[in-house]
Design a protein around this ligand. Structure first.
Ligand SMILES: [Zn+2]
Length: 252
């Protein structure tokens, strides 16, 4: 792996614009289970209960089910070595932006400033009526099994609040997606970290980046569909490979 890390570090150092795309593999070391893996969240909860149609037709039931899921999944997650390495790379000027599929907000907790949360942020709620967004606390704090008997209301207009995340059946917000595509086109180095690249349209960003001139670096435990297009393909745990990459970039 050392040679691959050195090569990836060279690409990051040489890039004028470096962009990272992160997925569930970056969050699992913070205790957040991978939703889509075998035995993951969607094996134990019914995805149909978290579909936009369910939210529309039965918001109270939706919020009760979500309370159970949130209580199980998000038990005060803390940044891990992968989050910290990416934040340090940004701080050192070696990484310009992070596009993340994760909705846990932990990149910001680690100190990353330029983060596009393309699937939203589960720590926020958005009002369906007035459009305002709020930190989910105190709503989040109240959202525990037994505490919740219905959907929370907007403190400003009493409208219906929805988690500020992309639900099943919803499109990605156009603004975030077009920004992510622009970044992929602009990137000289595009780093995929902890994403199996199975969920579109995000899964196509690395190929877009390569097609428009970027060197692709992939750090993921399992093989991805872009392995043969990667300049460097590192099959390793992100909590080991990203700190090694940080050391190689900063000390090299
Ligand atoms: Zn409102």
């Amino acid at each position: 792996m050392d040679e691959d890390i050195e090569r990836a570090a060279d690409l990051l150092r040489e890039a004028d614009t470096a962009v990272a795309l992160t997925g569930a593999g970056v969050s699992t070391a913070s205790g957040i289970p991978d939703f889509r893996s075998d035995g993951g969240i969607w094996d134990r909860y019914d995805p149909n209960d978290f579909h936009i149609q369910r939210f529309r037709s039965d918001p109270d039931g939706f919020w009760r089910d979500r309370a159970a899921l949130v209580a199980e999944v998000y038990d005060g997650p803390e940044p891990n070595a992968a989050h910290e390495a990416l934040a340090a790379l940004e701080d050192a000027g070696a990484l310009d932006r992070i596009v993340t599929q994760n909705v846990d907000g932990v990149h910001a907790d680690a100190g990353s400033e330029e983060v596009i949360e393309i699937h939203g942020n589960g720590g926020r709620v958005a009002c369906r009526d007035c459009g305002d967004r709020f930190d989910a606390d105190p709503h989040h704090a109240a959202v525990r099994p037994g505490d919740v008997d219905g959907a929370p209301q907007c403190p400003r207009c009493d409208g219906l609040l929805k988690p500020d995340v992309v639900l099943f059946g919803e499109r990605l917000p156009a603004h975030g997606l077009s920004e992510a595509r622009s970044l992929a086109r602009a990137a000289d180095c595009f780093l995929v970290a902890g994403s199996s690249l199975t969920v579109e349209p995000v899964a196509s960003l690395p190929e877009l980046a390569v097609d428009t001139g970027a060197d692709l670096v992939v750090v993921n435990l399992d093989e991805t569909h872009v392995a043969d297009r990667a300049a460097v393909d590192i099959r390793a745990d992100v909590t080991e490979a990203l700190p090694a990459l940080r050391r190689a970039v900063l000390d090299g």
